[in-house]
Design a protein around this ligand. Structure first.
Ligand code: SAM
Length: 287
């Protein structure tokens, strides 16, 4: 089997197929031999489970997943990588490659048809240009996966794993925490990739919650409130929520006071429970 973490080997396969990296598709392939075994080992893959991989590239992580999981399905957008994958990981009979855009694919259908009831995990070195959309799509419309282990930019990992209510948290932190229990597994230097990106990365794992940690009366309003709260960080909660949600200042001020807040409070300091209480109060309030 080809050594896909040997840069000379990688260069020679790519040259043989006339392949050039596409920046637009976020193509930075892992060449550090320690990373993919560690990701595969920690994503939940075992002889009873299925793994959905997004963006196999030339198959460096795919190979490690195939060695551990009962079945692996990898979704790759770039057609030019298909003959390369055939050469690098074509020998695995527990692998299916699907040529599709993960954002347009019917993942629920793929998971039902391909994994037939086994526990399913996502494991991927994500294309960074669509990290947030992919993760939010998986969390909001969970197609039936238990955990998501992904490589993302370090800065993104730091934001996602900061406690809600701390300075580094953002709207996406609240969303990720609402749907999953997230942990940072390990950091990855930019020198672990070919070509090397500008920034370091990290691997995070999100275990899907059976139910959210707070009860909200209207999820749409809850997330609109969180978005409004973080949309205008320098404003007070009173101003950002009133303008972001189109609700009168009087109503927002009343709800804030009922929650025990000063009306000068900044929304970014609020906890998940406080966002939930506030959105439930606003749900019952007049505009
Ligand atoms: N897994 C490989 C590795 O770790 O070396 C490649 C990871 S590379 C960061 C991201 C991969 O995602 C590339 O192979 C790229 O072509 C693919 N990709 C980009 N956008 C995609 C999309 N919308 N759907 C599916 N794959 C995509």
């Amino acid at each position: 089997m080809l050594n896909l973490t040997d840069s000379a080997v990688v260069r020679s396969i790519l040259a043989k197929h006339g392949f050039s990296f596409s920046k637009n598709l976020g193509q930075n392939f892992i060449i550090n031999p320690d990373i993919c075994p560690e990701m595969a080992e920690n994503c939940g893959a075992d002889s009873e489970s299925g793994v959905l991989e997004i963006g196999p590239g030339i198959g460096v992580l795919t190979k490690e997943l195939c060695l551990r999981a009962k079945k692996v399905v990898s979704i790759e957008l770039d057609k030019r990588l298909l003959p390369i994958l055939d050469e690098t990981v074509g020998e695995f009979d527990n692998l299916k490659i699907i040529n599709a855009d993960v954002m347009k694919a019917d993942l629920k259908k793929i998971i039902t048809e391909e994994f037939g009831g086994m526990p399913v995990y996502v494991c991927a070195n994500l294309p960074y240009y669509i990290t947030s959309p992919i993760i939010m799509m998986l969390l909001e419309n969970n197609p039936g996966v238990r955990a998501i282990t992904v490589m993302v930019q370090k800065e993104w990992a730091d934001r996602i794993t900061s406690p809600v209510g701390s300075r580094d948290a953002g709207a996406v932190t609240v969303a990720v925490d609402y749907y999953s229990q997230v942990q940072k597994l390990f950091g990855v230097s930019k020198n672990s990739f070919m070509p090397a990106p500008k920034v370091d990365s990290a691997v995070i794992r999100m275990d899907i919650r059976e139910k959210p940690p707070v009860e909200v009366k209207d999820e749409k309003l809850f997330f609109a409130l969180v978005k409004a709260a973080f949309g205008q960080r320098r404003k007070t909660a009173l101003n950002s929520l009133s303008s972001g949600l189109g609700i009168s200042k009087d109503t927002v001020a009343h709800a804030l006071t009922q929650c025990g807040f000063d009306t000068n409070v900044r929304a970014e300091t609020m906890t998940m429970e406080e966002f939930a209480i506030l959105s439930n109060l606003l749900f019952n309030s007049p505009k």
